[in-house]
Design a protein around this ligand. Structure first.
Ligand code: HEC
Ligand code: HEC
Ligand code: HEC
Ligand code: HEC
Ligand code: HEC
Ligand code: HEC
Ligand code: HEC
Ligand code: HEC
Length: 254
């Protein structure tokens, strides 16, 4: 103790500086210990992370196999789903990782629970979802039953016969319904035979052919309600088709 006291008194600083010095030495030592003994050896080799983490993640067992594997055995489910609204939702999104199932299908069932949450993950209403994505409010949309009672998960069309255009062109219909063109009927711009709703490719609907079609409401001389915005048909858009710049189902004055 005497030695420490002698060194303490011999240092040519005021006492408060010496105490600060102790704290300083303490932190420097701590930092050196951490730097040389606790930081993993490969930290910093490729950036601000442990380089060996890449190898350890790559070495994990693979648990997802991909849809192309599933449909080799489940041909029917594959065919139904490919033609449905869920064509872009992969099997394992709902059924979970399938690697073990491939090893031994009967010992490792992939049948999902009939929970509504399986579907509401994607379909419950959130304002930030893209306009037109089919959304429901789970508290009011048939809350008593599991979704798959009414919607086949592999072909989830609404369980009623299509009558409106939106039954098949749901995304366009929902997009239009919140646009400036909400009040325009689809058939105002697309001449459609009834046959199209039963056999769509046997009777393809018409589409507007030229700028004058839009000019029917939007030209300066048009005989349309005065709240509709007007453009000078001779100069506006340099003669390009209107829908090269304005999406007709959700037109915006950019
Ligand atoms: C090698 C062929 C094969 C592949 C590949 C395969 N399955 Fe299966 N799957 C089977 C067989 C066989 C059964 C029936 C097992 C039984 O009933 O015991 C089955 C049953 C199922 C069942 C129903 C389980 C039940 O308990 O009724 C689901 C769901 C399923 N498979 C999903 C998948 C998914 C998803 C994939 C892709 C990750 C997949 N399968 C890949 C052969 C396969
Ligand atoms: C949107 C979610 C979802 C997707 C995507 C999905 N499934 Fe299913 N699947 C289910 C649900 C839910 C059931 C349970 C149906 C029931 O219990 O009646 C099921 C049942 C099954 C069954 C059991 C037999 C039957 O038809 O009821 C098989 C086999 C199956 N799915 C295979 C597949 C394959 C293969 C794919 C990909 C091509 C796939 N599923 C994609 C949700 C899905
Ligand atoms: C991973 C996300 C995802 C999950 C999980 C999912 N879906 Fe879907 N669903 C979609 C997509 C994507 C579409 C196609 C949207 C489109 O056409 O714009 C769709 C379309 C639909 C439609 C058609 C709506 C219409 O008229 O346009 C229904 C009904 C539906 N899903 C029901 C279900 C049910 C029931 C389940 C649970 C078994 C489910 N979905 C699970 C992504 C999902
Ligand atoms: C009792 C039957 C029933 C149940 C259960 C049910 N639906 Fe529906 N669903 C319908 C009918 C009928 C429609 C057609 C439109 C309407 O009447 O609301 C529909 C429409 C939809 C649509 C399309 C909405 C649109 O804007 O085009 C989606 C998505 C959907 N349902 C998802 C679900 C999900 C997810 C569940 C479970 C949480 C579910 N449904 C449960 C009967 C049902
Ligand atoms: C039964 C489902 C169904 C109904 C209902 C339906 N359509 Fe279609 N529609 C389709 C399909 C499928 C196609 C794609 C045909 C193709 O590309 O070969 C299509 C294509 C179209 C096209 C594009 C044609 C082209 O040249 O690319 C327009 C426009 C159209 N539909 C408008 C309408 C209108 C307007 C209504 C309502 C009066 C309607 N559809 C009702 C299924 C339907
Ligand atoms: C203001 C006129 C207008 C209205 C209203 C309108 N469309 Fe269109 N639609 C167009 C034009 C113009 C095109 C061609 C766009 C292109 O070629 O880029 C088109 C293209 C389409 C196509 C084929 C291209 C695509 O986007 O998939 C379909 C399908 C379609 N419309 C369906 C509908 C349906 C269903 C409705 C009603 C919900 C509707 N349209 C309402 C003007 C309209
Ligand atoms: C039957 C009349 C009618 C026709 C035909 C029509 N529109 Fe419109 N358009 C409207 C109405 C109504 C509004 C909304 C005016 C308002 O917001 O008060 C509108 C608004 C617009 C806007 C302004 C959107 C904004 O952000 O203010 C654009 C751009 C537009 N339409 C483009 C088109 C194009 C492109 C076509 C041809 C494919 C077309 N319209 C055909 C009636 C029409
Ligand atoms: C080269 C791209 C382009 C083309 C083609 C085009 N527009 Fe536009 N449009 C715009 C832009 C950019 C604006 C917003 C700035 C402005 O008002 O000039 C606009 C604005 C508008 C507005 C809103 C004007 C207002 O006062 O709010 C209407 C309506 C409109 N366009 C209709 C049309 C019609 C109808 C056609 C076809 C005859 C057409 N546009 C062709 C780019 C285009």
């Amino acid at each position: 103790m005497d030695i420490i006291r002698k060194i303490w008194n011999a240092l040519p600083f005021p006492d408060q500086t010496k105490r600060l010095l102790i704290i300083f030495v303490f932190f420097i030592t701590g930092w050196l210990v951490v730097r040389h003994h606790l930081v993993p050896p490969t930290f910093g080799q490729r950036g601000y992370y442990r380089a060996a983490a890449v190898d350890s993640i790559a070495a994990l067992p693979i648990s997802f196999v991909g849809q192309s594997q599933c449909v080799e055995c489940h041909v029917d489910e594959g065919a139904v789903k490919t033609a449905s609204y869920h064509r872009d939702v992969s099997c394992e999104v709902c059924h979970g990782p399938g690697a073990k199932h491939l090893d031994d299908p009967s010992a490792n069932s992939l049948l999902p629970a009939k929970e509504r949450t399986l579907c509401t993950v994607c379909h419950s209403y959130t304002a930030s979802k893209p306009t037109g994505f089919p959304q429901i409010e789970p508290l009011t949309h048939n809350p008593a039953d599991p979704c798959i009672k009414c919607h086949n998960p592999h072909d989830p069309k609404p369980p009623t016969t299509p009558s409106a255009c939106g039954a098949c062109h749901g995304e366009i219909a929902r997009t239009k319904s919140v646009s400036h063109h909400a009040s325009l009927e689809c058939t105002f711009c697309h001449q459609t035979q009834e046959l199209h709703k039963i056999s769509p490719r046997a009777a393809i609907p018409g589409k507007p052919a030229n700028r004058d079609f839009c000019g029917g409401c939007h030209s300066r001389s048009a005989d349309s309600p005065k709240e509709i915005p007007r453009v000078d048909m001779d100069s506006h858009g340099d003669g390009h088709l209107c829908w090269q710049c304005h999406y007709p189902h959700y037109p915006e004055a950019l």
